[in-house]
Design a protein around this ligand. Structure first.
Ligand code: ADP
Ligand code: MG
Length: 728
């Protein structure tokens, strides 16, 4: 073979679909690798079972005896599934999940051993965690971190390991992960929402946030992936001219799924189903070789664990099928990137979805209450939501005419808009007449009908109401959903608490309950109006309009992250017991650091590829052309030879031009990187990486992509976009 790329392409062309490992009935294997309530009922003594149920429902702690019993049953169950090891499974701030495996096996004397796992080992562990990000919380002298069991998410077996979902905290009890603050936020929104629900129904004593995520990803054959250092090191193609055909024909979305891909999907879905992840939807996405997987929604903490597990499964199973999965938000410039829609709602122990319109004016007033409060929460904290989805990868997506813009706004549809307008106009200050009330009730009563024919879905809005839930669309495909969910549930909890206080005050002053609620809603509708936008979020006009309205447009990660430092936000998180000022500051530092590292790695890979892949290919080809020109001159004489070699000489000159420009820019970038590295302040360093280092990427790429078009196809060493996007 001429080069690595040719060899890789040859490999791909000769691949056949791998056989799938399970072809039985899916319903029979659902949750079979999960230590869920039904299994617990079977394995646990009844007292322990009851304690577990209570722990899951109320978030209470299990005492030592109960923990021992649960641990022992869990071990027996896991061993019956073939497990030999156990691990505390946690979510450090690296973004990935972490695990350290220990064996059940324990020698107890010469030639003697037992399988051991007790409450201590279940409840708490002390992983050697000094190498996880901690943002200064954990100094080396107190380098210990603890993982602690989260009974609300069931343990599961993967391969030969029992995995126990845990939180990860420092020696001093501060959160070093995503799960801990998520649980705190869910707890806050639970109590705040219950209090508001009790205006309408005294039987409500628990409100759970629900999350239904939709995971987008790309597949690339492993041979092509391995021939691209940029994909391997950074998850995205840092070079590459877009292929002649991209997604213009819109022929991939919902198209038939290729056989090799379909075998892969069947396999990973089977594993997901075994782990109790209710995956139901799969389809092709907009870009070639882009796909999506979505489960039925679940309680938020569980749904998030399931998403993390699924991302892990995608990678593992893809390898078995000779694919690599790309979870990066923008692996290929020029075609769509990948997101992870977070569908979110609140649901009561009485089975009511609080963001679904009800059947009568009373339940509709409840719906309206939660609906309007959500919009107000978004309005007051849009910058926090923006910060929650910030990341180097997502910067390529947000506002890039394919994904929702970096400007946070909410879409609610024309019908609800007109209803909110009516409430804004018709709720009277002072005492309302019976006629006023009837008129309003009539309007509120109409909600269910109007939503049924409310089909005007707006795909360009970052935060859209879709009939019975809000859909947060700006989340990146590689993100831990918790990042967005922590913020969303915290700001909702805060808003509901304020709402309750205000309504109670109005009632105290003599308003009836419904009247007090309506008047407060009217106030919130007025105050939050500017966050509502029904138009095209991708248009230039919206950028101008949003600016006029005073909405932020935080275009890149360093600017977005800066808002974690705002006094009001620091206070909000502290007040809601979700993140202390120290925890928040640590998180901000870690995110800045992550950003810097990612851009730094990309810059290094770009430098290497320019020098070791692109330049040599261009020079080799130029040499070939020069041989040819020399030959023509030899044969035809200098004058005629030059005339005959006109095209070749032109290419030689253009190749030189691009090589020189590319090399100069790469050198400039290196100098800029060195300068940035010398900046002590981490926020300023992140900004320098964004404004001084990253700015070179596109210009360098432009020259390389021109070379790709000029250079002989056989000389080019990096798999091309048409190969990565259209072969499978
Ligand atoms: P799409 O965005 O692809 O058009 P939908 O709008 O139909 O898809 O969204 C479907 C997603 O919304 C599914 O993942 C589903 O589980 C989730 N979903 C539906 N109801 C709720 C709810 N009450 N809470 C959270 N997620 C929900
Ligand atoms: Mg969606």
């Amino acid at each position: 073979m001429a080069n690595q790329r040719m060899q890789a392409y040859y490999d791909v062309l000769h691949r056949t679909p791998k056989p799938i490992s399970f072809d039985g009935k899916i319903s029979e294997i659902f949750g079979e690798n999960v230590f869920h309530m039904e299994v617990m009922r079977e394995y646990l003594p009844s007292e322990a079972y009851k304690s577990m149920k209570k722990a899951i429902h109320d978030g209470t702690r299990l005492d030592r005896t109960m923990a021992d019993q649960v641990a022992s049953s869990m071990k027996d169950w896991a061993i019956s599934k073939g497990a030999t090891h156990y691990t505390h499974w946690f979510q450090p701030l690296t973004g990935a999940t972490a695990e350290k495996h220990d064996a059940f096996f324990k020698p107890v004397g010469p030639g003697k051993a037992i399988e051991r796992f007790d409450g201590d080992l279940l409840v708490q562990q002390e992983p050697d965690a000094s190498s996880f990000p901690h943002g200064g919380i954990r100094n080396t002298f107190e380098a210990r971190g603890y993982t602690a069991w989260d009974p609300s998410s069931p343990a599961f077996v993967i391969g030969k390991t029992l995995c126990i979902p845990t939180i990860f905290i420092s020696y001093t009890g501060e959160a070093l992960d995503y799960k801990m603050p998520l649980l705190r936020a869910l707890h806050e929104v639970d109590s705040a929402a219950v209090a508001v629900c009790n205006y309408f129904d005294k039987n409500v004593n628990k409100v759970s946030a629900t999350l239904g995520w939709e995971q987008e990803y790309f597949l690339v054959d492993k041979a092509l992936y391995n021939a691209r250092p940029d994909l391997m090191m950074t998850g995205r193609a840092l070079f590459g001219h877009i292929s002649a055909k991209g997604q213009q024909l819109d022929d991939h979305y919902f198209g038939s799924i290729p056989e090799r891909v379909s075998a892969f999907m069947r396999d990973f879905e089977t594993e997901a189903i075994r782990l109790g992840i209710p995956v139901t939807t799969r389809h092709n996405e907009v870009a070639p070789n882009q796909f999506e997987c979505a489960p039925i929604f679940e309680e938020c903490n569980l749904a998030n664990d399931h998403n993390l597990l699924l991302m892990d499964l995608l990678e593992k199973i893809a390898r078995k099928h000779d694919f690599r999965v790309l979870l990066h938000e923008k692996p290929f410039a020029g075609v769509n990137g990948s997101g992870k829609h977070n569908n979110w709602s609140l649901s009561t122990n009485t089975g009511v979805n609080l963001l679904a319109p009800g059947k009568n004016p009373k339940s509709n007033l409840q719906f309206l209450t939660f609906f309007v409060n959500t919009i107000k929460a978004i309005h007051d904290n849009s910058d926090l939501l923006r910060a929650a989805i910030a990341g180097a990868g997502n910067d390529h997506r947000l506002g890039a005419n394919e994904a929702p813009p970096a400007i946070i706004s909410a879409f609610i549809g024309s019908q609800l808009t007109s209803l909110l307008d009516k409430i804004e106009k018709n709720v009277k200050a002072g005492k309302m007449t019976p006629e006023d009330k009837t008129e309003l009730k009539l309007n509120i009563g109409k909600i269910p009908q109007i939503l049924l024919d409310n089909t005007d879905r707006n795909r360009t809005s970052p935060f859209a109401f879709t009939g019975n839930k809000f859909e947060f669309r700006a989340v990146g495909s590689s993100a831990n959903c918790a990042s967005a969910m922590i913020v969303l549930n915290t700001i909702m909890a805060k808003q509901l608490k304020t709402f309750k206080k205000e309504v109670d005050a109005r009632i105290k002053k003599g308003d009836g309950k419904d009247e007090a609620i309506l008047k407060e809603l009217q106030k919130l509708i007025k105050e939050s109006k500017k966050i509502r936008f029904e138009g095209n979020g991708y248009g230039e006009e919206w950028v101008k309009e949003a600016k006029k309205r005073g909405l932020s447009n935080l275009k890149d990660t360093p600017r977005a992250l800066a808002v974690w430092g705002n006094k009001d936000f620091v206070k909000l998180f502290d007040e809601m017991n979700v993140l202390s000022p120290r925890e928040l500051a640590a998180r901000q530092e870690i995110e800045f650091e992550n950003y810097i590292m990612k851009i730094q790695i990309e810059a290094r890979v770009i430098g290497e590829m320019v020098q070791n892949f692109i330049l040599p290919a261009a020079v080799n080809y130029q040499n070939k052309l020069m041989e040819n020109v020399k030959g023509l001159i030899d044969v035809l004489g200098p004058k005629n030879g030059k005339v005959a070699a006109k095209a070749q000489i032109d290419v030689i000159e253009r190749v030189s031009e691009h090589i020189n420009k590319m090399k100069d820019l790469a050198d400039e970038m290196r100098v800029a990187r060195k300068k940035a590295n010398n900046i002590a302040d981490i926020e300023k360093r992140a900004i320098a990486y964004c404004d001084m280092v990253k700015v070179h990427f596109d210009a360098i790429r432009y020259n390389s992509d021109k070379l790709e078009l000029l250079v002989d196809d056989e000389e080019w060493r990096l798999p091309k976009f048409r190969e990565m996007l259209f072969t499978r």
